[in-house]
Design a protein around this ligand. Structure first.
Ligand code: FNR
Length: 387
């Protein structure tokens, strides 16, 4: 599978001949500023915000600045193949769309727009439990596109089993269990506006369409939305799980399982001991623990400890093609991007997601080639130097 992502550049310059420019910036690093001016303050604060003082958000970005690429020349890098296979999923580039919940606050089409854009590009999407559309509708919008499911692990086993069965039936092939968000962090941007989508019933499409969840309600969510919300919120938030509970998921999910939200090398080792297939080295885009280590700073030690036995993915802070290259060179097998496509969705729906994702993939493709590489596999720590 090859796709010339870099050729998006030619497409954009050719549009200039008929006086057209892109609908919004090609620079994911300044996208946030564009979105700030065009989104409602509540949704903008929800997407852009971090935990506490925002120190982890800043640390995520600063971590990338401490590495520099050392380009190689005359390697014949004209033709490139970015495709990889991760845990059985073939993808056109080592990039997935991170699970981002409540996408209806960004655009009315929400996850359906993301699913269409991802499906058209063949880029895997990871659907959040906190989605504003059901598994079944997202799968239909996604068509033949590769898709994984991210679980916020409910405290009710029957509901958990039902969600896993539905995800499987709808073609979601890998399970990403988010372990860093068993309760919400102190998030001043949302607190200051009293803005929490779930309380308003946004991001509840999956449980509200679930037979096991509905069985516990006296009235349907449309008849009594408040009661449904009040049953769901304590079911998916407020209780931390433990390592010895992971076999339950293995029992009820026969595909690959990854733990998302790992930052400490000891937790990476525990994930390996627990028989997990992979981890996502992530701090939830700086949204959970204020003052935490930049996610990229956590990556080298984890790769060294478990990288040969566990699939290691990475997210938090990726904004450019160079960022993707650095994470892969350090040893991640693929990366997830979050806010850049969420802003694309807010700014221009399906077309916005496509533009945001194509921009970052084009940037990665060109940076990979210009630094002398034909495939992601050619990247190694030797590609980088400490700044
Ligand atoms: C998230 N993230 C997230 N993660 C998850 O496992 N389930 C979820 O429902 C959500 N929801 C969510 C909403 C919003 C608005 C954001 C910005 C993020 C975290 C996400 O998957 C990913 O870890 C980060 O977004 C990566 O950091 P960057 O790329 O946004 O810096």
């Amino acid at each position: 599978m090859t796709a010339s992502f870099g050729s998006y550049q030619n497409e954009i310059y050719l549009q200039g001949l008929v006086d057209q420019i892109p609908a919004f910036t090609t620079d994911a690093a300044v996208l946030e500023g564009v979105a700030r001016g065009r989104m409602e303050p509540g949704p903008f604060g929800y997407v852009s915000g971090g935990a506490g003082s925002g120190a982890t958000l800043r640390a995520n970005r600063e971590a990338f600045d401490r590495w520099r690429i050392v380009p190689r020349m005359l390697t014949g890098a004209t033709e490139r193949d970015l495709s990889v296979t991760v845990l059985g999923t073939a993808m056109p580039a080592p990039v997935l769309l991170a699970p981002v919940g409540v996408q209806a606050i960004m655009h009315p089409d929400g996850e359906l727009a993301t699913a269409r854009a991802a499906g058209a590009l063949g880029v895997p999407m990871v659907l959040s439990t906190a989605a504003s559309h059901t598994f079944e509708d997202v799968a239909e919008a996604n068509g033949d596109g590769p898709r994984w499911f991210q679980l916020y692990w409910p405290n009710d086993n029957d509901v958990t089993i039902s969600l896993l069965q539905r995800a499987k039936a709808a073609g979601f092939t890998a399970l990403v269990v988010t372990v860093d968000t068993w309760t919400l962090a102190w998030r001043p941007a949302d607190l200051d506006r009293s803005f929490l989508p779930f309380i308003r019933g946004i991001g509840t499409a999956i449980p509200f369409s679930d037979p096991a969840f509905l069985a516990g309600l006296e009235k349907s969510p449309s008849e009594d939305p408040q009661a449904a919300v009040l049953r769901w919120i304590p079911m998916f938030t407020g209780t931390d799980k433990r390592w010895d509970q992971l076999p339950f998921l293995r029992e009820h999910w026969d595909g690959p399982i990854l733990l998302k939200g790992i930052q400490h090398v000891d937790d990476a080792r525990l994930a390996l001991d627990a028989g997990m297939d992979g981890i996502v080295v992530s701090n939830h885009g700086g949204r959970q623990v204020d003052g935490a280590i930049g996610s990229l700073d956590a990556l080298p030690e984890i790769v060294a400890a478990v990288g040969d036995r566990l699939t290691v993915l990475f997210d938090s802070g990726i904004r450019t093609g160079a960022d993707i290259l650095k994470a892969l060179a350090i040893g991640a097998q693929a990366v997830l991007i979050g806010r850049p496509y969420a802003y694309g969705l807010a700014l221009d729906g399906e077309a916005g997601v496509r533009h945001a994702v194509r921009s970052i993939l084009a940037d990665f493709d060109l940076t990979l080639g210009l630094s002398g590489h034909r495939t992601p596999a050619e990247l190694s720590p030797n590609t980088l130097r400490r700044a």
